[in-house]
Design a binder for this molecule. Structure first.
Ligand code: RIB
Ligand code: CA
Length: 314
């Protein structure tokens, strides 16, 4: 089986970091062409720093990492230091990166790569606000027909919001970008909070990361120890939801996930419901389905896969 070519678009973020590590640990299934960074959890200068820290942790200083948009298409940036800490990667003590950032802008890289690769052979994996993806689609509309699939973490329906009562953070930060992506006609798979809130890093699961006894296992356990405090206080759950690795795991083992092909529209005009993913889960409208909206996952096998793959990174 040839590895699937992907570009990860990300705002690390501890959970983004684990998603990137899982991808880099799975070369049989995934060929990471590049990593494009966007402002989100923390400002762009920190998301580009954190992406390089994670790639060096995985012994991949060769990875091409690009800086993208430093703010949403038409709104002020909203960040999430209250969840991820001042640096966005609080928890583990990791060295400052020495690997270079690419000179090319992430949006130019996305367009150039999608134009150069055979049509339908590159999957985009957004893990943060959709600003870079939307900017590329606006600048070069023809790339929509060349993207194999967009597999993204974002949105919510039954789980409602995490940054407001109605919106999930990635969509909330740049709803206009999300509306462009969901209206692009590109095949989309959505990993919303409905799924990711079932991927809880319980104590035994985090202990399994730590028990790997490797720099990666120790760092991942420390990342979870840090960012789970917010979710435990908020939800009283038995662990933090591991949002973004659900995207990578879906690409590796889609059979662990289930959902419905439905219509998803993005609320951009309401101050109260900005960034809400209006998911027609029950098919009550005649709106055209535009996304596979994931509602459930096999959490035990998800964590077994994740732990097994992280063990490969030494
Ligand atoms: O709402 C969760 C999402 O927002 C995750 O991608 C997390 O990293 C933040 O970007
Ligand atoms: Ca993210």
């Amino acid at each position: 089986m040839t590895a699937r070519k992907i570009i990860i678009d990300t705002d690390p973020g501890q959970d983004d970091a684990v998603a990137i590590l899982l991808a880099l640990a799975s070369p049989e299934e995934l060929e990471v062409l590049g990593i494009t960074c966007v402002a989100g959890n923390v400002p762009l200068d920190l998301t580009t720093r954190n992406a390089r820290i994670v790639c060096e942790l995985a012994n991949r200083p060769d990875m091409k990492i690009f800086a993208g948009c430093d703010r949403p298409l038409g709104r002020d940036l909203v960040t999430a230091e209250h969840v991820h800490g001042k640096t966005g990667l609080d928890g583990p003590v990791l060295p400052e990166p020495t690997m270079p950032l690419q000179d090319q802008h992430a949006v130019d890289y996305l367009i150039e790569t999608l134009r150069a690769e055979p049509s339908g052979t590159v999957t985009l994996c957004p893990l943060g606000p959709l600003t870079n993806i939307a900017a590329a689609l606006q600048r070069a509309p023809e790339i929509a027909g060349k993207i194999e699939q967009i597999v993204l973490m974002g949105g919510a329906y039954f789980e409602v919001g995490n940054i407001t009562p109605t919106a999930e953070f990635n969509i909330y930060v740049d709803p206009e970008a999300a509306r462009i992506v969901f209206g692009s006609g590109v095949p989309i798979v959505v990993l919303p909070l409905d799924a990711t809130h079932k991927a809880l890093v319980t104590t035994p699961r985090n202990d399994a990361f730590r028990a790997l006894g490797t720099p990666v296992g120790t760092a991942v356990a420390a990342m979870t120890d840090f960012f789970e405090r917010f979710d435990l206080a908020k939800y009283g759950s038995e662990g933090a939801p591991l949002h973004d690795p659900c995207v990578t795991a879906y690409l590796i083992a889609p059979h662990l996930f289930s959902g419905r092909h439905i219509n998803v529209e993005i609320e951009c005009d309401s101050a109260l419901c900005r960034g809400m993913t209006v998911a027609d889960w029950w098919g009550v409208t005649d709106r055209k389905p535009n996304a596979l909206f994931i509602g459930d996952l096999d959490a035990d096998h998800f964590f077994a896969l994740l732990t097994d793959r992280l063990a490969r990174l030494r």
